[in-house]
Design a protein around this ligand. Sequence first.
Ligand code: CA
Length: 229
Amino acid sequence: MSATILLVEDEPGIQELVKFNLQQAGHAVIGALNAEQALSTIRETLPDLILLDWMLPGMSGIELAKRIRADSRTSSVPIIMLTARGEEQDKIAGLDTGADDYVTKPFSPRELIARIKALLRRRAPQMTEDAVETGGLRLDPVSHRVTGNDQPLQLGPTEFRLLHYLMTHPERVYSRAQLLDQVWGDHVFVEERTVDVHIRRLRRALEPTRHDYLIQTVRGAGYRFSTKR
Ligand code: CA
């Protein structure tokens, strides 16, 4: 499992240590030393998960978590709070603000990585390597294969990621901007019509087994993966 993780931590020593261990585990890490840096990073790239230190200079980790939860674009990004040992009250307050999990310092890198994995499995199924199947259409992230009724289908890398995201989030409408954020990780420099181009290619790739109907256009809203016609 490889995710893009935003690490907000003002202590360079901890920042380096955590970054090293996450990279060893196959993740891409973007570092921010304070909340302002984190916000400007998020404006450009939506991370798959945020590791957020509680005590930051300026805006606190709690305040930043609240801001992230309040914005519809970022509200569903999983957050793990990092904080000092044994502050039970802090833990409760942290979970109240919308953090998904909580890790106390000092923590072992192994524990942190396990928590990240568990949280991504729960909140970001497209990050896991579990195969997904709907109505005879099957996508296997491990072998990077897609089949329709056991017949191999040829997809480009972007179409593969797009289909993986849609299959793991069925029956929900996604706007072009949301798909750019989630699948391309970039909603600033990629144009929205790029999404339409790849949706068209994806449908064409699914046509041989007539699974193209699963990729539905919702007029004025975006796209949806659904078995209901
Ligand atoms: Ca700190």
